[in-house]
Write a protein that binds this ligand. Structure first.
Ligand SMILES: [Fe+2]
Length: 303
């Protein structure tokens, strides 16, 4: 974009560049860095500076080391290319800009290739606290520092393996409706597991219970609430519970699950896959998250 024109901004809900890409059917895009407005950079700076002390207090050590390793700028939206130059040599992961929601199979398959679909828009300055959809602060500051840790990165790859396993074990079902029903249950179970670990997971550590889930690490209010509040139930992760637990997205989580380490988490994804193969994810409890037709289609088309 010409330097003489004012940037039109990449604000959640108002980002013409991203909306046009989506309208053209382009899911994977490049980060048009010059489009960020002054307010967009101010929003990043305000979010980063506000949460930084809480990270030091409540984030697990791997996250804090990841922040240092990536050198995320505190005062402006980062360039994905800068982040990737530091990230890729560590675990092979890369943040990859997307224009919006990535359907289930495509999302997990990206992880298998060590690509993390990354939202490039940022929340409006006057809506710092709650946003139902992800933004670049959630994706880059909440998720990506964890991708510098080898066992965690390998865990994400295993989610991708699980998605392929789901395609394989349902491919022999010729009845379209039954195959869709089976996939809906498996996707729901995988999404719940992902939600209660990668998004909202807690881990035991030398400093007590800390957060590694990016939904917590990108939320100033919920990060403290998750660790300190007496209203939150915290339990060791149990497979039968997590895959059947309704995941509610519109308020602070009342129930969180704890793992011992990322090696432990990695082994739990292996257990998830074994349960899937044994048919134990085929009839999980109904309720959130909803599985869309687009998610199912992505698995039906998956290879
Ligand atoms: Fe997320």
């Amino acid at each position: 974009m010409s330097g003489t024109l004012a940037a039109s901004g990449l604000t959640t809900g108002h980002a013409p560049f991203v909306e046009e890409a989506r309208n053209r059917g382009e899911l994977y895009i490049t980060q048009p860095y010059g489009e960020y407005s002054k307010e967009n950079h101010e929003a990043w700076k305000a979010l980063y500076q506000r949460i930084r002390p809480r990270w030091e207090r409540y984030a697990n050590n791997h996250f804090l080391r990841g922040l240092d390793a990536l050198g995320l700028p505190p005062d402006r939206v980062p360039h994905l290319s800068e982040v990737n130059r530091r990230l890729q040599p560590l675990t092979g992961f890369q943040a990859k800009a997307v224009s919006g929601y990535v359907p289930g199979f495509l999302f997990f398959d990206c992880l298998r290739r060590r690509e993390f679909p990354t939202t490039i828009t940022i929340r409006p300055h006057d809506r710092m606290d709650y946003l139902p959809e992800p933004d670049i602060f959630h994706d880059l500051a909440g998720h990506v520092p964890m991708h510098t840790e080898k066992a965690f990165a390998d865990t994400l790859v295993r989610f991708g393996d699980c998605a392929h396993t789901a395609v394989e074990i349902t491919s022999y079902i010729h009845d379209r409706q039954e195959r869709g029903r089976r996939l809906t249950n498996i996707i729901k179970a995988m999404s719940r597991f992902f939600w209660f670990t990668v998004e909202f997971g807690l881990m035991r550590g030398a400093r007590g219970t800390c957060a590694y889930g990016s939904g917590l690490l990108s939320s100033y209010g919920e990060l403290e609430h998750a660790i300190e509040s007496e209203e939150v139930q915290r339990y060791p992760l149990q497979m039968e519970w997590v895959i059947n637990q309704v995941a509610e997205i519109d308020h602070y989580q009342p129930l969180l699950f704890i793992v011992d380490s990322f090696d432990h988490l990695f082994s739990l994804v292996g257990e998830l896959e074994r349960w899937m193969k044994a048919g134990r994810l085929s009839n999980v409890a109904p309720g959130e998250p909803a599985v869309s037709e687009g998610d199912i289609e992505s698995f039906l088309a998956g290879r």
